[in-house]
Design a binder for this molecule. Structure first.
Ligand code: ADP
Ligand code: MG
Length: 509
């Protein structure tokens, strides 16, 4: 274990870190902070949720000169949400040193941003498009920038931001310190690094160290049409505090969140097509626990720091193993144990094997719970709540009524009726859910689990099964429409099945 005291930080920074409640440095922080403080260009590669923001944020803020009124540091991030999140974290880290960080992103009034830029932030965190815009308007000058960070670089490349990044970097003095952070390390990132960084040090925290540690992983094989009832029953049994349900397409997310709401769950969906204001609202509601279930596409959820997620449900198996790791990284954060359940239709079993190979974890197979099991789960929850109230012992106002009721009825009948009243019974309200075709299989893999386990060891996540399927993505598309089925193959099938909208969703099994 490494404490922050051992990393050679100033008292102001140690005070902020302490204030933020961090007790020890995460592996990527332990490995990058001392190197970054020396000013060495570096690439930091570690899984989502491992604290990469502070890994660059701490040295970045240490290097800021409080007296300067110019922008000295710039961080590029792929989305508005991430820019805001990173800026919030940097402002916390910089609070005692007095370092101000400003997020700038598309969608917010440019006039407001220009005003804010005039106030002289030390650091700007921005999305590449908007940063470019300000550079062109000369409202953001980068000639005094000495430190540059590219955060979630893989995601920025996926979104087609390469050219913007290159243009922005041309505006920063070449005598600078550049850091790049990414969860994965595709070839293009290495190209980018070769072009814009000097004597780069690659600091990599092995995938196996944290991918799926302390996350309980299970899967269930279901027919497409059983998925929704199965999901409801699992949730009734698990009774998640905060859950994320992942769907493959935007339509899927819309339909699922509506269907869940119909069945009495407090659910909302987010995906790339929703107006920004709506997405913000949903995320806030989820963070404040006013909704319990967030339904999301990969793109909408990626990189977001949502803590306290107890359960992740992969309603649709993800497109590639890396997305799987990203998705389940939403749970089990900061030392808590998490839980992830993946639904697969019979034809998708090979995808599951691929994921197991990459994560080097075998998932436990579950069967679909029966209605009575779901019911039992809910009763158990009611019982626990009831016993809590019994222990609190402040219901004397109800005792007289209880005595009177018992004069007319027997206690078992009364208690059973009260339990029924308190219990959320399995709901079978009909819902509409369009069939999603199974993930296409490009290449059949041997049905032999772990047969070439050794080959996939040691963080080779970017190779192996991921690559061939990735080629189906449209890389240059930054509107995120790849959520909406830009997958190659299976198109005809998808059109056909879209027509078969289900009216009824009766219990099966
Ligand atoms: P990443 O960028 O690697 O996905 P983040 O930087 O978003 O991860 O960090 C994930 C969460 O972990 C955040 O809530 C962050 O505040 C928290 N965190 C970061 N470093 C530490 C630490 N050393 N101790 C405890 N929590 C931390
Ligand atoms: Mg991050």
């Amino acid at each position: 274990m490494t404490t922050f005291n051992e990393l050679g930080l100033s008292p102001e920074l140690l005070q902020s870190i302490n204030n933020m409640g961090f007790e020890e440095a995460t592996p990527i922080q332990r490995d990058t902070i001392p190197t970054a403080l020396k000013g060495t260009d570096l690439i930091g590669q570690a899984q989502t949720g491992t604290g990469k923001t502070a890994a660059f944020g701490i040295p970045l803020i240490e290097k800021m000169d409080t007296r300067s009124r110019f922008v000295q540091g710039i961080v590029l991030a792929p989305t508005r949400e991430l820019a805001v999140q990173v800026a919030e974290e940097l402002n916390k880290i910089g609070q005692f040193k007095g370092i101000k960080t400003l997020p700038i992103y598309g969608g917010q009034s440019i006039v407001r941003q220009i005003k804010a830029l005039k106030n002289g932030p030390h650091i700007v965190v921005g999305t590449p498009g908007r940063v470019q815009d300000h550079i062109n308007r000369k409202t953001l000058k980068l000639e005094n920038v000495h430190t540059v960070v590219l955060d979630e670089a893989d995601e920025m490349l996926n979104m087609g931001f390469v050219e913007d990044i290159e243009k922005i970097l041309e505006n920063v003095p070449t005598e600078r310190h550049t850091m790049l952070f990414s969860a994965t390390m595709p070839k293009q990132i290495q190209n980018l690094a070769a072009k814009f960084m000097k004597d780069v040090l690659l600091i990599k925290v092995k995938a196996s160290e944290m991918t799926v540690k302390n996350i309980e992983q299970e899967y269930v094989e279901v027919k497409e049409r059983q998925k929704f009832d199965a999901l409801c029953r699992f949730m009734d049994i698990h009774s998640p505090e905060l859950a994320i349900v992942f769907g493959r397409t935007k339509r899927r997310v819309d339909e699922l969140s509506e269907a869940l709401s119909k069945r009495g769950y407090s659910a909302e969906g987010i995906h790339g097509d929703l107006p920004q204001a709506k997405r913000d609202k949903v995320l806030r509601a989820f963070k404040n626990n006013t909704i319990e279930v967030l339904v999301a596409t990969d793109v909408a959820a990626r990189g977001l720091d949502i803590s306290g997620v107890s359960h992740v449900y992969n309603f649709d198996i993800p497109q590639d193993p890396e997305s799987y790791v990203h998705r389940i990284g939403r749970t089990g954060r900061a030392g808590k144990t998490g839980y992830a359940l993946t639904f697969i239709t019979p034809r998708e079993i090979d995808h599951l094997y691929t994921i197991e190979k990459i994560t080097k974890r075998k998932m436990v197979k579950r069967s679909i719970p029966s209605v009575s099991e779901a019911m039992e789960g809910q009763q158990q929850i009611t019982l626990e709540k009831l016993m809590e109230v019994v222990e609190e012992d402040n219901f004397s106002g109800y005792k007289q009524t209880a005595v009177e009721l018992l004069e007319e009825n027997d206690s078992v009948t009364l208690l059973a009726a009260a339990l029924k009243l308190l219990t959320k019974e399995p709901d079978t309200t009909p819902v509409n859910l369009t069939d999603e075709p199974p993930l296409s299989v490009k290449k059949r893999r041997p049905n032999n689990r772990f047969s070439d386990r050794r080959r996939s060891s040691g963080g080779k996540r970017e190779g192996g099964g991921g690559r061939d399927r990735r080629s189906g993505f449209s890389k240059g598309d930054r509107s995120g429409s790849r959520e909406g089925g830009s997958r190659s193959g299976g198109r005809d099938q998808s059109y056909r099945s879209q027509k078969r909208v289900r009216e009824d969703f009766k219990n099966r099994g």
